[in-house]
Design a protein around this ligand. Structure first.
Ligand code: UDP
Ligand code: MG
Length: 315
């Protein structure tokens, strides 16, 4: 039995070695075989250098390093990790030690003792972030669960361990715009959720700014729901009905009471409002068209510049 640890790394020069050492400490004496699959996601610091050093120095035959030709994002890194791993079980874990390797052992314990389970995912019991961001995230989960066919567990991240069968199902989903949380839910399988305590970052800082998170949230919704596209229909229907009612009122006022039709300000406001709504709906349609356009090109999800693999060396 073998476990593959998939570790996406983007500018993690201060973390890769610490991550390796901590994991070795936690994993000493485990009753199963394991491998590391580090993905260097186009880092601009010494991450690749450190990974190369780790791969050579340790002379361990269980480290694979896949290095991207540029930054493709964590979602692509996870995909590359799955493709380059060989374990019967697969774990996705961050390189910054915010997620402790000991939790992976807990996940493995649950998975191997329960043949009905395919996946154990960890969720943050207490979010260690500011209240505004936390409120936005809660709101995001409510909206996506309402709009889409998938059901996302709030607070559950990519930190999870699952079977090869589930990994293969994820690899099958070769869509370009990837949203892991949605993919995990869409493919089904039996998942158990366990709480974990998120740690402070070992070194460096988070890659997720507020605007990046917002974009990620919108990408997630458009990847798993087409309901926003129907918005134009509802808005159109509502404004047509409202304008018919208003037209009748204006005609009655003119004929019955002889009111002069005035209201320059009203007309300007209405034109601007309707123009705004139309542009907004076109923007939503544009988002979907753009995604269809990119997908139709069938570009690869990532481009690897270099792969250091223990298999290849041994052969
Ligand atoms: N990451 C990546 N590519 C990116 C951004 C992040 O591979 O474009 C990796 C990063 O190196 C880390 C993990 O994804 O191992 C989570 O990133 P981060 O710690 O910045 O996110 P946070 O924990 O703050 O949500
Ligand atoms: Mg982190």
């Amino acid at each position: 039995m073998k476990l593959s640890l998939i570790v996406p790394c983007y500018n993690e020069e201060g973390n890769v070695e610490a991550f390796y050492n901590e994991t070795e400490k936690a994993f000493s004496g485990v009753p199963f075989d394991y491998e590391y699959v580090f993905i260097n996601d186009g880092s601009k610091d010494k991450t690749l250098e450190n990974l190369r050093k780790l791969h050579q120095e340790k002379k361990h035959s269980n480290i694979t390093v896949v290095s991207f030709s540029r930054n493709f994002g964590k979602e692509s890194a996870i995909y590359a990790g799955l493709k380059n791993s060989v374990g019967d079980y697969v774990s996705i874990i961050d390189a910054d030690l915010q997620q402790r390797p000991e939790v992976v052992l807990e996940m493995m314990e649950i998975l191997t003792n329960n043949s009905d389970l395919d996946c154990v995912a960890a969720y943050q019991e207490k979010r260690k972030e500011n209240a505004v961001l936390s409120a936005f995230k809660t709101c995001f989960y409510k909206v996506i669960n309402l709009l889409s066919e998938v059901n996302l567990h709030a607070d559950a991240s990519d930190f999870r361990t699952f079977t090869r069968g589930m990994a293969d199902a994820i690899i099958e989903m070769s869509e370009y715009h990837r949203f892991s949380k949605g993919i995990f839910s869409w493919i089904g399988f039996n998942t158990e959720y366990i709480p974990y305590e998120v740690q402070e970052r070992n070194s460096g800082e988070t890659k997720w700014s507020f605007t990046k998170l917002m974009r990620y949230a919108f990408d997630g919704i458009s990847a798993f729901s087409t309901k926003p596209l129907q918005l134009a229909t509802y808005v159109g229907m509502f404004s047509s009905i409202a304008s018919i009612i208003y037209m009748i009122i204006v005609i009655i006022k003119r004929l019955a009471f002889g009111d002069p039709v005035s209201g320059y300000a009203t007309i300007v406001a209405l034109i601007l409002l309707i123009g705004g709504i139309q542009l907004f709906c076109m923007g939503i349609m544009g988002t979907y068209i753009a995604k269809t356009y990119i997908q139709s090109k069938h570009r690869p999800i990532y481009v690897a510049r270099e792969v250091l693999s223990y298999d290849k060396e041994e052969k």
